[in-house]
Write a protein that binds this ligand. Structure first.
Ligand SMILES: NC(=O)c1ccc[n+]([C@@H]2O[C@H](COP(=O)([O-])OP(=O)(O)OC[C@H]3O[C@@H](n4cnc5c(N)ncnc54)[C@H](OP(=O)(O)O)[C@@H]3O)[C@@H](O)[C@H]2O)c1
Length: 307
């Protein structure tokens, strides 16, 4: 039995979709923090649906009771402490229940450049990775690359509807090997089913890099309107975004997120790793295709991640 968490989310829904293509639904259990938010796809999939929250150990003991493998989606949000506490709770539950193999979705900062990262967003993942390795559990840490779909978060929360012709980013720009959630989801599902990469940390990233300046130029050409990136100071970045709707308009969030940019400049997200192409046995979805799709549709990636 494979337990899948986060199956309502951007990445987990893709992992779940592809697991269903690889295994009978009777071998899959969906563990949701909020089962009432289950999609029709989940409800009609034939997989069991159980309530399990990383912040409620008793719920995990029930939801994961008969699992051989657990796919742990990382806890959403930017707060390091809340994320680490949730992850530790989940890993402790897996240990208590004698789960055979844990798959954790870490993040692709620092990979190939330095074992650590200067980005705030990576710190909870690094601490979780250490905790998993010390747990004695069989594990695969999957450093999922930067989602192609998350570009607005990096590009000053720009949107076609509300954005102007210039975006201010703080301090630095750098290359990112963007990778689509669909490609990540399919590869992650295959890795879980095939059982490879035991006690390894692997990295899944996209086929080429784009800096934010290059990305803005691409968007500009797709939409036939001007868009350019201005590398400003932290203060200018905060001033440009302070007061925007949701956490992204808050100074504390902006300061934390600003630590991402020097990490990009160091090349922390620049590595094009061959693993995902090897696992999928096909070409990856180009960033330009994701951009074209998203720019033609309403996008919710800022509300989803800037929290
Ligand atoms: N690689 C990247 O570029 C990138 C970008 C953004 C975020 N991330 C990280 O990757 C994770 C997955 O990305 P995503 O796109 O799938 O995010 P997402 O759409 O925000 O989904 C997060 C999932 O977390 C689950 N969740 C929330 N509270 C929970 C709790 N207390 N216990 C257990 N599960 C809980 C939610 O599912 P239910 O409430 O239905 O259980 C939801 O499906 C994010 O959470 C974040 O840590 C990575």
């Amino acid at each position: 039995m494979i337990v899948v968490t986060g199956a309502t989310g951007g990445l987990g829904s893709q992992v779940f979709k592809y697991l269903l293509q690889l295994l009978p639904s009777s071998q899959i259990t969906v563990s949701l923090y909020n089962p009432s938010g289950a999609s029709d796809f989940i409800k009609h999939s034939g997989a069991q649906l159980r309530q399990g929250s990383y912040t409620d150990s008793a719920s995990l003991d029930t939801a994961w009771a008969d699992a051989d493998k657990v796919f742990l989606i990382s806890y959403p949000g930017i707060s390091r402490d809340a994320r680490v506490a949730a992850h530790k709770n989940a890993i402790d539950a897996a240990k208590r229940l004698g789960i055979g193999h844990v798959y954790y979705t870490s993040l692709g900062f620092g990979t190939g450049v330095s074992p650590e990262s200067i980005a705030d967003v990576m710190q909870a993942h690094l601490e979780t990775e250490r905790y998993i390795k010390a747990s004695g559990l069989k594990y695969t840490i999957i450093r999922e690359g930067i989602y192609s779909e998350s570009w607005p978060l990096y590009l000053g929360f720009w949107s076609k509807e509300e954005g102007g012709d210039e975006v201010v980013i703080p301090n630095a720009d750098g290359p990112i090997a963007w990778v689509s959630r669909e490609d990540l989801g399919e590869a992650t599902a295959k890795i879980i089913v095939e059982g490879a990469y035991e006690n390894e940390t692997i990295f899944l990233s996209g086929p080429r890099t784009y800096t934010l300046t290059e990305l803005a130029a691409l968007i500009s050409s797709i939409l036939s309107r001007p868009l350019k990136v201005e590398v400003g100071t932290l203060e200018e970045y905060i001033a440009a975004n302070h007061g925007k709707r949701g956490p992204r308009g808050e100074v504390e969030f902006l300061k934390q997120w600003a630590t991402t940019y020097p990490a990009l400049a160091k090349g922390e997200c620049s590595v094009v790793d061959p693993t995902i192409k090897r696992v999928l046995g096909r070409e990856l979805k180009p960033m330009e295709q994701t951009l074209r799709e998203m720019l033609g549709a309403t996008d919710d990636s800022i509300d989803r991640y800037a929290k």
